[in-house]
Design a protein around this ligand. Structure first.
Ligand code: NI
Length: 395
């Protein structure tokens, strides 16, 4: 790595920080739900435009992509932040609390955006030291697990292949200021399903004249739990959760239909590939056995998030050298929470790492907040990851 660029980084980050904090607060005050991030996108584009970055026209209603070309040719590195908020009424009482009723940045995406914009501000000033280019990706609708798919289909990864792609997430389960990295599968894949059972209604006293959809729903739900216990590798965690069930209208009546909905989380690729088929087989069997008709709408949201082992060890090693041996943690178990950055990692080797904000900060809660000091740590790691790939190779 070119020593001069690296030496400049701390100073540049300090100079940039007030602007980054201001941007974070502005973004926090105007949270928008997935695929509705209009104002957010406008602000991001404004900052990227001011920097003179080449903005890629993706033909997408929200989200933004820009490229910073270094002073000499070389590989390309991608950095991604998610930009959407959650349908939560904020109760932090912060002076920059959400001004949009019922919507809140409760997952730290305001922080992710501020860090990525800050990284662009710093790298822009190191442009001449870079051999290669950096693609900044601001992705919509992560919470819906649909934005990555939309961006990839729109061509975000077209053009020169990225040598690496990185993303970070503010993470309560990692101590403040520490970096958590899990090589290999780090986050679960997620699917969602909705099952509709059509039976034949009747009098509760005459069940033999009806086809009870509630009995069929009960058997289906119990049977589907055997996917976890009997169909998948117990060493690779899987979850089947039914979050909603509806059916019937009176205590002494057999209704004619029932529905239930849920989510499947997988960490193993085999399970991810196999489970939709098992769903079909099991539900067909229950339909036959109960004389009902069962329809299942099974949707893929995102695959398990798999960090490249090389990229993950690079992040760990760099974090150790930047922040100290004890502040880089190699995590041991994946989280069952899903992140659609996994779709990017199917196309490009890279790593999503966790930036520790401490356990008292719970994601997706109305009082979620984080100490803004962490923005510096995120920027430093992003900037240095880029420098580690794009400097020292000129000539
Ligand atoms: Ni998030």
């Amino acid at each position: 790595m070119e020593p001069r660029a690296a030496e400049l980084v701390d100073q540049l980050i300090d100079e940039t920080l007030p602007r980054v904090v201001e941007l974070r607060r502005k973004l926090h005050a105007r949270p928008e739900l997935g695929f509705q991030e209009k104002e957010t996108t406008a602000l991001i584009r404004q900052v990227l435009g001011e920097l003179g970055l080449e903005i890629c026209e993706m033909n997408l209603p929200t989200g933004a992509v820009a490229v910073l070309q270094g002073g000499s040719p070389g590989p390309s590195v991608g950095l991604r932040a998610d930009i959407d908020a959650l349908p939560i009424e904020e109760k932090t009482g912060l002076p920059f609390q959400s001004a949009n009723p019922g919507v809140m940045h409760a997952c730290g995406h305001d922080g992710h955006m501020a860090i990525l914009l800050g990284t662009a501000l710093v790298l822009r000033r190191l442009k001449e030291h870079l051999s290669g280019s950096v693609k900044f990706i601001f992705q919509p609708a992560e919470e819906l697990l649909q934005g990555a798919k939309q961006m990839i289909e729109a061509g975000v990864l077209d053009g020169e292949p990225l040598e690496r792609i990185y993303a970070l997430h503010l993470w309560p389960q990692v101590p403040f200021g520490h970096i958590g990295v899990l090589p290999g599968t780090a986050m679960a894949g997620a699917d969602r399903f909705s099952v509709t059972i059509q039976g034949v209604g009747g009098h509760g006293a005459n069940p033999h004249l009806a086809r009870d959809p509630i009995i069929a729903a009960a058997h289906s739900i119990t049977m589907l739990q055997t996917i976890v216990s009997r169909e998948t590798n117990p060493a690779e965690p899987t979850v089947v959760s039914i979050g909603k069930i509806q059916g019937g209208s009176a205590y002494n009546t057999i209704g004619d239909s029932a529905t239930f909905e849920g989510t499947v989380r997988t960490t193993g690729r085999d399970a991810y590939d196999k489970i939709p088929g098992v769903f079909r087989t099991q539900l067909e069997g229950i339909a036959r056995a109960t004389g009902t008709e069962i329809a299942c709408d099974y949707r893929r949201l995102c695959p398990p998030l798999v960090n490249s082992r090389d990229a993950a060890s690079e992040v760990l090693e760099l974090s150790r050298s930047l922040f100290g041996e004890d502040r880089a943690l190699q995590l041991t178990a994946p989280t069952m929470v899903a992140e659609d950055f996994g779709l990017f990692l199917e196309k490009t080797a890279g790593c999503m790492f966790f930036l520790g904000i401490g356990e008292e900060r719970l994601l997706h809660t109305p009082t979620f907040d984080f100490a803004e000091e962490i923005l510096k740590t995120g920027m430093k790691l992003f900037v240095m990851l880029v420098l580690s790939k794009l400097s020292g190779r000129s000539g």
